[in-house]
Design a protein around this ligand. Structure first.
Ligand SMILES: Cc1cc2nc3c(=O)[nH]c(=O)nc-3n(C[C@H](O)[C@H](O)[C@H](O)COP(=O)(O)OP(=O)(O)OC[C@H]3O[C@@H](n4cnc5c(N)ncnc54)[C@H](O)[C@@H]3O)c2cc1C
Length: 347
């Protein structure tokens, strides 16, 4: 049975007021704030619980964005593509086929990109083509996302280390949010509130219909704690993988047995580094116990995984070492807003 503590009613200082409040500075929230500013809005606040922008993309080390083209057409434009065109100017910040290469079927180019996952098409019924996937350095993306915000500093006020906890409601209209911070509990009032927490922290409490059900058998119900391993010879690993597909499958199975969950090394923007993506099944990223367990379960096996790779594949991993661990868990699924579209037929 749940026990309750009755909090006393109190007055909360209003920290700031704005026209548009974006809660969460991940890919979605950062883009919402920038887009609002570029559309001419002048009084925007971006509220973020951590100290940097990007959410899963930067803090969760989701260091690659795949499937950005079809044949020779890039079908992702706008702000996400802008991250990459800006990062192209920073030496070593990104890796991936250029616009002039996508759709190309030349064997030389295919061979160049084949070893970098998702840089060539997976379809078997058409000739294999180069496809656009971008691998990026998460810290460089954090810096670039800051720069994009700084360019709009007259329009967007950014407040980091502010964890939004509750919507302020008047009837069924949202008027702002309450947040917790080192300065205590405060409020921000807004004409429009955009919930970009990735978890629906705000809309779920504002009475909006949503679903948080997951099918435990799907990839979407898995969580991750990504880590990066450096001192690696990725091209040597790639050559081995391509020449020995059966041995590669065995290695993946052995890694899964060792860790207790699927885990595998993938390329990064650097030849001397891999990231270990992982899939811990049947978890919910809005449950404290699942979040804690994901962090501790993955950290507990990292040393064993690296030791395994050193012994199994010394040609590529003999000097491998733990470079870093993502500062936040990686979430693939959460509360989802239910949107109803009503068609009115008539006059
Ligand atoms: C390992 C991994 C691999 C993935 N691979 C792919 C892939 O190949 N293709 C694909 O399409 N997707 C993939 N995803 C999913 C994809 O990364 C996410 O769907 C996407 O990054 C979510 O962006 P977002 O801005 O909606 O949310 P988030 O990135 O979660 O951003 C939410 C932001 O809000 C902040 N926040 C949260 N709650 C609060 C609060 N209460 N108050 C203030 N701030 C708050 C967070 O700190 C964060 O900055 C992958 C995910 C993982 C973990």
């Amino acid at each position: 049975m749940v026990k309750y503590y009755h909090e006393q009613a109190n007055s909360i200082p209003i920290y700031d007021e704005c026209d548009i409040l974006v809660v969460g500075g991940g890919a979605a929230g950062h883009s919402a704030a920038i887009a609002a500013a570029r559309a001419g809005n002048k009084n925007i606040i971006l509220l973020e619980r951590y100290g940097y922008m990007g959410g899963d993309a930067t803090g969760g080390y989701v260091v690659m964005v795949p499937n950005l083209s079809w044949y020779n057409k890039s079908f992702v434009r706008g702000l996400q593509e802008e991250w990459f065109t800006r990062l192209e100017k920073v030496p070593g910040a990104i890796l991936g086929p250029g616009f002039d290469e996508i759709g190309n079927t030349s064997p030389l180019l295919i061979d160049r990109w084949q070893g970098i996952n998702d840089c060539v098409s997976r379809l078997t019924e058409v000739p294999i083509r180069v496809t656009r996937a971008v691998y990026f350095d998460p810290d460089q993306l954090k810096i670039e996302m800051d720069k994009m915000l700084l360019e709009e500093k007259d329009r967007i006020r950014v407040y980091c280390h502010c964890w939004a906890t509750k919507p302020i409601m008047e009837g069924n209209e949202i008027k702002g949010v309450i947040f917790e911070s080192k300065e205590g509990r405060k409020a921000i009032m807004a004409k429009v509130v955009i919930d970009a927490t990735g978890d629906g922290d705000i809309f779920s409490q504002a009475g909006a219909p949503y679903s948080d059900s997951t099918d435990g058998t799907t990839r979407a119900s898995t969580m991750a704690l990504v880590f990066r391993v450096a001192g690696v010879d990725y091209p040597a690993y790639d050559r081995w993988k391509r020449a020995n597909p059966a041995a590669y499958d065995d290695m993946v199975k052995s890694l899964e047995r060792l860790a207790g969950f699927p885990i595998r090394p993938l390329p990064t923007n650097r030849d001397d580094m891999v990231w270990f993506n992982n899939w811990l099944p049947n978890r919910s990223c809005i449950k404290v116990k699942d979040l804690t367990d994901t962090e501790m379960t993955v950290r507990n096996v990292i040393r064993d995984v690296i030791e395994f790779m050193r012994n199994a594949l010394p040609i590529a991993f003999k000097n491998a070492y733990l470079y870093d661990i993502a500062p936040q868990t990686g979430n693939r699924n959460s509360r989802r807003l239910k949107v109803y579209i009503i068609y009115i037929i008539g006059r």
